[in-house]
Design a protein around this ligand. Structure first.
Ligand code: ZN
Length: 253
């Protein structure tokens, strides 16, 4: 089983990380992508990928919630150059956050997008309430040949064919299994089977209570081993038969 998007480097796993990862392995999770969110956590991502090379694919990105340092781009290039199998992300656009600066977000996102295109690297995109802006950018510049990932996609069903045409993969998170998120499952039915991925976004995006098989000391946090239950439940609604092949094609080809 493959987790297309988590944050195992997150400080909320400090002190319990190795136990959490041991549980993931016991539950049959074979591969995951661990996403850094700013230069401050990239080293931790690198170290984890070194410690668990079969399980963890490292990804480095500057998330729209993080403040950019003056040299973040140089640091990103250096992190990519010095880390085998590294991807770019999590990055993206967010108009849900408070006091967002659209210009700055666009600049930071497009630099990461352009770098992914130049090197044809897997790119993981976060987008909240900024779909028009994102589509404008994606439709107006060269994109990575391998495509790109829209993580925890919660955009409109109508946008899916346009995004598919641009090369999008879509990852489904356990959070979407809440009854109030039913419309997201309906939208995901428009995603072609060969573009579907599954993710936990752990330690965030907790699935509904009945699907939580693994707990963390802080009750509201999402254990990445919940992926197993998310898969089973998602498979009742969506064709997940190609998820493993999609993961391999997108992240490791
Ligand atoms: Zn994330």
């Amino acid at each position: 089983m493959t987790d297309a998007h988590n944050h195992l480097q997150d400080a909320r796993f400090d002190g319990i990380r190795d136990d959490v990862i041991a549980t993931m392995l016991e539950q049959g999770i074979t591969q995951c992508v661990t996403n850094g969110t700013s230069p401050d956590d990239w080293l931790k991502v690198t170290q984890l990928a070194r410690q668990y090379p079969d399980l963890i694919t490292p990804s480095f990105g500057l998330h729209p919630w993080q403040k950019p340092s003056a040299d973040w781009y140089e640091q990103l290039v250096q992190a990519l150059d010095s880390t085998p199998r590294a991807c770019i992300g999590e990055c993206g656009l967010d108009r849900w956050m408070r006091n967002y600066d659209t210009e700055l977000q666009i600049e930071i996102f497009t630099r990461q997008l352009d770098l992914a295109t130049e090197r044809n690297l897997p790119l993981s995109i976060h987008c909240l309430k900024a779909w028009g802006m994102l589509i404008d950018i994606l439709e107006s510049r060269p994109l990575p040949e391998r495509g790109f990932l829209l993580h925890s996609y919660a955009g409109a069903a109508e946008l899916i064919p346009r995004l598919v045409k641009l090369g999008a993969y879509f990852s489904f998170s356990g959070y979407f299994l809440h009854t109030r998120k039913r419309h997201v499952i309906e939208a995901f039915k428009h995603v072609p089977a060969q573009r579907l991925l599954i993710e936990t976004d752990a330690p965030d995006m907790q699935p509904p209570t009945q699907l939580i098989k693994h707990h963390l000391p802080e009750e509201e946090l999402n254990h990445p081993a919940n992926l197993t239950a998310i898969y089973t439940e998602a498979s009742k609604h969506l064709d997940t038969s190609m998820v493993a092949a999609n993961f391999a094609r997108f992240f490791h080809h």
